[in-house]
Write a protein that binds this ligand. Structure first.
Ligand code: GLN
Length: 484
């Protein structure tokens, strides 16, 4: 087996047992990246030299007998909307093409403390708005399982990096599905933690009440490992939880005897491909064979989730993105006559079409004449969706659904019609609206393309969904890095 084919926990063990140095491990991933990156396009910025320097430092620390963290020696790719001190953080936007943060996001600090080696910053849809990675100002990312297809989005670069074996782990962010949907399309594991489980400090905000950072990995255990490293209270983020969050890594057995698995018909309806439904249901049946109890749960307001999400997300985005005005940082237009035209020209030239569409939609739903008709109604619907979920969890312990209604679609297939692109999130957005944790992992393939299965849990019960995910993994197996 090549070093790059190892899991993160396998690499960490090789490192601490001195069977492979951090330099050897890092070099293996850099070489793999060099071999495939021109076809995959997972990264906006590669940090080859910094990564090697970090690896040298880790090797020294190990030799000196210093205490090392849970990810010591393990390469990790980071989505380019997570601030990294001294390392360009663009959000895949012209607006931030030259932005070098003066500080680290808390999760970037966590990675450092844990001994990880950052390999670079990954491609994404501009400001995390999109489902295919085609809204990046810089480049396209190609699905490593089929290079004519999209990797999903918005964290498509992170998912592709892990699927291609360019990194064993990656961080993404998920506002309406941006970790889970690309994980599904690329055949890897992606976890959207409970809102408040992971600090958002240093994550460039899209929709602050929905955004969460989470891990990508090829195995469930690896996802748990990275989740443990980034979770917990952070004084810099008032929305991060005060709860004690016990470690998940090392607790996962995959035992599901007696586990009540809720199946909501609303997620298996129109718009979801029949073959995808069948694969997901086959896997549910396999869990039943392993001792789980399948039970119908009712989530009738799911049909309102997509419009609710796009109202709330756009409203928050229009407010969050007001800070990019060409004055304080980021892009500034060359031509302007006065302060107003400086704002107008910088924003017109600095933002791409999808971002502008969302700012206009958000400004509209928040405007005085329409606030009650749209924003207020969306907040009421959010309450409805939340209470239905709470009610459903009286009858089950996890909810099982498809992650994406379809397998990876072709590049360009949905770019002309924003509504068709938004429909890619139909199974993932309700989870963010309700603030719940959910994991996506592969449950087989159709025509050579991975199918994603989603497990949704109670608030702060990542342990149960990851344990059920481990059971799915035991049935369906792990996807090796793509053959490229
Ligand atoms: N695809 C969804 C959107 O475009 C979700 C994005 C995300 O989770 N960041 O808004």
């Amino acid at each position: 087996m090549e070093l790059y084919e190892n899991t993160a926990s396998g690499l960490h063990t090789l490192f601490v047992e001195k069977k492979a140095s951090a330099v050897e491990i890092t070099t293996a991933f850099l070489e793999r990246t060099e071999a495939v990156e021109d076809r995959v396009g997972a990264y906006i910025t590669l940090t080859k030299e910094e990564a090697l320097a970090r690896a040298v430092e880790l090797d020294k620390q190990l030799a000196a007998g210093e205490e090392l963290g849970a990810l010591a020696g393990v390469p990790v790719a980071v989505k380019d909307n997570i601030c990294t001190k001294g390392l360009r953080t663009t959000c895949a936007s012209k607006m931030l093409h030259n932005f070098v943060p003066p500080y680290n996001a808390t999760v970037a600090e966590n990675l450092h403390q844990a001994g990880a080696v950052v390999t670079g910053k990954t491609n994404m849809d501009e400001f995390a708005m999109g489902s295919s990675c085609e809204n990046s100002y810089f480049k396209k990312t190609y699905n490593p399982r089929d290079l004519e297809r999209v990797p999903g989005g918005s964290s498509g670069g992170s998912a592709a990096a892990v699927a291609a074996g360019e990194a064993p782990l990656a961080l993404g962010s998920d506002t309406g599905g941006s970790i889970r949907q690309p994980a599904a399309l690329c055949g890897v594991v992606g976890l959207k933690p409970t809102y408040g489980a992971v600090s958002r400090y240093g994550l460039v905000a899209f929709a602050s009440s929905l955004d969460q950072i989470g891990p990508f990995a090829r195995t469930v255990d690896d996802a748990a490992l990275l989740f443990d490293v980034i979770k917990g209270r952070d004084a810099h983020d008032a929305t991060s939880t005060h709860r004690e969050l016990p470690p998940v890594a090392g607790t996962l057995t995959g035992a599901v005897k007696g586990l009540r698995v809720g199946i909501p018909q609303a997620y298996f309806g129109e718009g979801v491909d029949d073959a995808v439904k069948a694969k997901v249901m086959d896997t549910a049946k396999a869990l039943e064979k392993a001792g789980a109890v399948l039970t119908d749960v009712s989530l009738p307001s799911t049909e309102y989730a997509l419009p609710t999400y796009y109202i709330l997300a756009c409203a928050e985005a229009s407010s969050n993105l007001a800070r990019f005005d060409g004055v304080k940082y980021g892009f500034r237009a060359e031509q302007y006559d006065d302060l107003l035209s400086l704002y107008e020209n910088s924003r017109s030239e600095g933002f791409g079409d999808e971002v502008k569409r969302r700012i206009m939609l958000g400004t509209f739903v928040l405007s005085s004449g329409y606030y009650d008709a749209y924003y207020h109604k969306a907040k009421l619907t959010q309450n409805l969706i939340r209470s239905e979920c709470t009610r459903a969890f009286e009858d089950c312990d996890v909810i099982l659904t498809p992650t994406s209604p379809v397998t990876a679609f072709k590049l360009g297939e949905r770019t002309a019609d924003p509504l068709q692109m938004y429909a890619a999130d139909i199974c993932t957005v309700p989870v963010n609206i309700a603030g719940l944790p959910a994991v996506s992992l592969p449950c087989g393939e159709l025509d050579g393309l991975p199918v994603g299965l989603q497990l949704i849990g109670r608030k702060f019960d990542e342990q149960t969904i990851l344990n059920a995910a481990k059971a799915v993994e035991q049935v369906c197996g792990v996807f090796a890095p793509a053959v490229l």
